[in-house]
Design a protein around this ligand. Structure first.
Ligand SMILES: NC(=O)c1ccc[n+]([C@@H]2O[C@H](COP(=O)([O-])OP(=O)(O)OC[C@H]3O[C@@H](n4cnc5c(N)ncnc54)[C@H](OP(=O)(O)O)[C@@H]3O)[C@@H](O)[C@H]2O)c1
Length: 214
């Protein structure tokens, strides 16, 4: 496989949820407190949003360090990009990430409500109403030989898994239950007919699930 579609550093609760219910501008993850899901990554030295020196250098850091390796484009769902639903009222919203988004590649936002592309620093956002296979073809072309990251959110990740387009996945399972919200899976064992799996507990308390295609 030369150009992979990778899910990386995607976080789920023990009961399989990747986001809570009721996303809003103030609560990007809905009712859920994101901290138990994401704190393992934020604590690492290589975390993309780290602003101060320091951080852990163990297993978790190996996984966050791998996040940007050989990545040439990103695909995400419209709800990861923002909390708006339905037709855009205007195009003022440019994502959660400020003037320097952490992607540094073209980003393809899947949506039924397309809008013009725009660029912030070295990230250009494109809006695509397309099937997963079509979106992946566009992203692979833009990635120019490098891999494509599937950045979430939950529904979009599910859609690409169902379409059997994902090559590798790193999912971190946090020791917390959310009870409701956006669910990635009932049980990850449903994927084992299509993927190999290594399950690696980390001292931080999460369990890293590493999948790759059979
Ligand atoms: N746990 C994690 O690691 C993680 C990672 C990333 C994000 N998140 C969280 O996940 C939540 C977002 O996930 P989500 O499941 O609500 O939504 P999502 O996957 O981000 O976006 C779903 C939306 O994308 C559009 N879409 C998806 N596929 C499409 C296609 N083939 N063609 C056209 N449009 C398509 C549709 O929007 P429209 O019809 O409205 O255009 C759809 O409702 C947020 O709370 C975010 O913070 C969690």
């Amino acid at each position: 496989m030369s150009q992979l579609l990778r899910v990386q550093c995607f976080n789920v609760s023990r009961d399989g949820f990747g986001a809570g219910e009721g996303q809003s501008l103030d609560r990007p993850f809905g009712h859920a407190d994101p901290s138990p899901l994401f704190s393992w990554a934020g604590a690492t030295a290589s975390w993309v949003n780290r602003t101060d020196p320091g951080g852990t250098r163990g297993l978790d850091d190996y996984l966050t360090r791998d996040h940007a390796r050989n990545r040439g484009a990103e695909i995400m769902g419209r709800n990861k990009f923002g909390p708006q639903r339905g037709p855009w009222e205007n195009h003022e919203w440019q994502g959660w990430w400020g003037d320097t988004p952490p992607f540094h590649t073209p980003v393809f936002v899947l949506t039924h409500h397309e809008r013009p592309s725009f660029t912030l620093a070295d990230t250009t956002f494109h809006f695509l109403n397309a099937t997963p296979a079509e979106a992946l073809a566009r992203a692979k072309q833009a990635a120019a030989g490098r891999d494509v990251r599937l950045g979430g959110g939950v529904a979009t990740t599910r859609e690409f898994i169902e379409a059997d387009l994902v090559d590798t996945m790193h999912i971190a399972v946090a020791p917390v239950d959310l009870g409701r919200g956006e669910r990635l899976w009932e049980s990850h064992t449903d994927l084992l007919d299509r993927f190999h799996l290594e399950s690696v507990p980390s001292p931080s308390g999460v369990t890293h699930l590493l999948f790759w295609r059979r």
